[in-house]
Design a protein around this ligand. Structure first.
Ligand code: GDP
Ligand code: MG
Length: 295
């Protein structure tokens, strides 16, 4: 049997390619929120995946992208590039059949950081004719240097065991850094806020731009029950009305969805209260970003 290994992998790529879905698939739990739109992952988060052969600390990142209209985008690009420093290797996640300029941007950033890059071609479940993958792979690997190439479906956990094997081969021989039941470096309080934000993303679609954020005001253990209070901050009264919905229906759905996610992730009953409050112009204000934990 080969030696136990442990190390850090940055999971990098443009928005929406499935980085967070991949981290969750490898960890085996939803530590990172997922939604079909850019800007879902706003913070750096580490998912911890433990296997008999070793442990991977997977740094999930906001997607690297070229446009920078606001303070929030500057913050996200900083986080994405900073995540590459000090890691043992990187997984560059791209979408099967689509290589865009932002993929080149991500690849170049990784080459500059001089880390070994494993190319993860995700969403292969969407390609009906798998023979189409061969020319695509040949084209995107031409002239580029990858430690390994893995077509996978993070959503269906297809192809992930082989990927794990190659990622482990790129990290040093070491004891595990975390106990095997530890799945993230983030607190339950943080994860609770993310689960509320995920529901906002899922239930508001394009109606709510990335101006909404979530603050957990209370996180208390009360016997077997978790008592959690969340505030959804928006920029305008009109957005507040949208979040609440007709007769409070949408806020109720958001709250129920988030509570179910929390109960699943924390393994306990949750009593969740949610409010919506207005704070103007925070997304373009560095000081306000700091207040909401984006520092
Ligand atoms: P990220 O922005 O790179 O972190 O992407 P997410 O993990 O948030 O995923 C973006 C969207 O792609 C979500 O709707 C996911 O459900 C979807 N997705 C992720 N992985 C797969 C996959 O393997 N197959 C398919 N069909 N969809 C996927
Ligand atoms: Mg993400």
């Amino acid at each position: 049997m080969s030696a136990h290994r442990a190390g850090t992998i940055a999971v990098v790529g443009r928005p929406n390619v499935g980085k967070s879905t991949l981290v969750n698939a490898l960890v085996g739990a939803k530590v990172s929120i997922v939604a079909p739109r850019a800007q879902t992952t706003r913070h750096r988060l580490m998912g911890i995946a433990t296997f008999p052969e070793g442990q991977l600390m997977l740094v999930d990142t906001p997607g690297i992208h070229a446009r920078q209209p606001k303070a929030m985008n500057r913050y996200m690009n900083r986080v994405a590039r900073g995540s590459v420093e000090g890691v043992d290797a990187a997984a560059l996640v791209v979408e099967a059949g689509r290589w865009l300029d932002d993929d080149t941007l991500a690849y170049d950033a990784l080459r500059e950081a001089k880390v070994p890059v494993v190319l993860v071609i995700n969403k292969v479940d969407k390609i009906a004719d798998k023979t189409k993958l061969f020319p695509f792979i040949a084209e995107i690997t031409n002239g580029r240097e990858f430690a390994a190439v893995h077509p996978v479906s993070a959503l269906k956990s297809k192809g992930t065991p082989a990927l794990v094997k190659d990622l482990l081969s790129l990290v040093p021989e070491s004891e595990a850094h975390y106990p095997e039941d530890e799945i993230t470096d983030r607190s339950q309080r943080f994860l609770a806020g993310e689960l509320v934000r995920e529901q906002l993303m899922l239930r508001l679609g394009e109606e709510l731009p990335y101006s909404a954020t979530v603050e957990i005001e209370k996180f208390e253990v009360d016997g077997a029950l978790l008592r959690i209070a969340a505030v959804i901050w928006v920029e305008r009264d009109s957005q507040k009305a949208i979040v609440i919905g007709k007769g409070g229906e949408r806020l109720k759905a958001i709250s129920t969805g988030a509570r179910i996610g929390m109960e699943e992730l924390f393994g306990s009953k949750v009593f969740l209260q949610t409010w919506v409050r207005v704070r103007e112009g925070w997304a373009d204000d560095e000081a306000a970003l700091g207040r909401f934990g984006y520092d």
